[in-house]
Design a protein around this ligand. Sequence first.
Ligand code: ARG
Length: 455
Amino acid sequence: MLWGSRFDKQPDELFARFNNSFHFDWRLYDADIRGSIAYANALARAGMITNDEAREIERGLKLVREEFARGEFHTQPNDEDIHTAVERRLYEWIGEPAHKLHTGRSRNDQVATDTRLYVMDAIARVDSAIRQLQSALCQQSEQHLNTLLPGYTHVRRAQPISFAHYLLSFFWMLQRDREHFADAKKRASVLPLGSGALAGNPFNIDREFLARALGIERVSENSLDAVSDRDFIAEFLFAASLTQIHLSRLAEDFIYYSAPEFGFIELDDAYATGSSLMPQKKNPDALELVRGKTGRTISNLQSLLITLKGLPSTYNKDLQEDKEPLFDTVDTLAMTLPIVGGVIQTMRVNAEKMRAALDESMLATDLAEYLARRGVPFRHAHHIVGGLVKLAETRGVKLSALSLEDFRSASNAFDDDVYGVFDFDGSVKSRNVFGGTGAVREQLQLAKDSQSRVE
Ligand code: ARG
């Protein structure tokens, strides 16, 4: 144990289990060992240990790291947390120099540093997983620039759009997610090490050296804040929750679009499951789980925020509760992102079904716009076309089946070129404003260019 001489008793057995965090925080081993190697070198630079001792510590720590990496680290009952376990094992490898490593350091500045390194690594992995999903969206978009389907509002067919335009809407959500993560990384990249338990290190430890050695951008300005600042985890969990929400919304659409009643897409068998009872079923479980796991991701953010609320200043053991939500969210994203990517890459798109779902009434807006181009105030045009929609409906015919007389008796701004409006492709092409469905080719290019530029 790292403490205990001032106590008369061993901890209660149940309490010891309650207090221990090794069963989850072992995952910080790589960050913990990197931090300790840097710290040993800083101690040597400060003259607190010899260069030989620092080298010995570094050698021993690397042996411990290898044991973890190979899954061969054997934990002991007294391994209270990852920091205790690493130091215990280091002593078993190298003996006495191990007991100098913790000079001037506390587990408070240590765990804060470890968790920051862990989050920085996690952000790099998440970013590359999001990029891969964006690439899958771009690849499908490339194939479906001219594939039309109904665009929906209120789950009611609204206006025709290009399927690429639809897919790329998710590209931009994910692009914002990457920006959130990149931003969170800036706040994660701050060094608490050197803050000690709360008041700061007394041994002239070179914190700038430590930051450089660990690839961290800046050093924290206040030791009291540094040992208890978990804002960077909250930011990570928020960015992750929004990402999951975006994936969940995509999943929701795709569950409907792949239902036989829609038939717009067919999910690959590799991402579907069957029913134990109904032999004919092919269920979109992958997407349902993506949607379902969003709840736990949001809860992980809530959980941390609630832990932080009302904490007294500096380190309190409540902060040990920051890690399980963090790890759970990292694990969730590590699965949902590639699974959604796989679903998109392998799905079959049924362009005929999409087109068959287009309905002429979805061009009513285009009809009103036709009148607006001829000088009819849009509010009147809207009213006139509403009347025509009703007329067609009562006759049980399509809008384009109305005669020119019908059109002209509604407004004399109509001419025989009005029938040119009933063209889904023309409607989509006409909405060629920047960001519109008619400018989707340019948008795809822009998406590909922006993919490599996230600051
Ligand atoms: N396992 C602890 C945590 O995750 C490490 C810090 C312990 N510090 C302490 N003063 N007990 O927060």
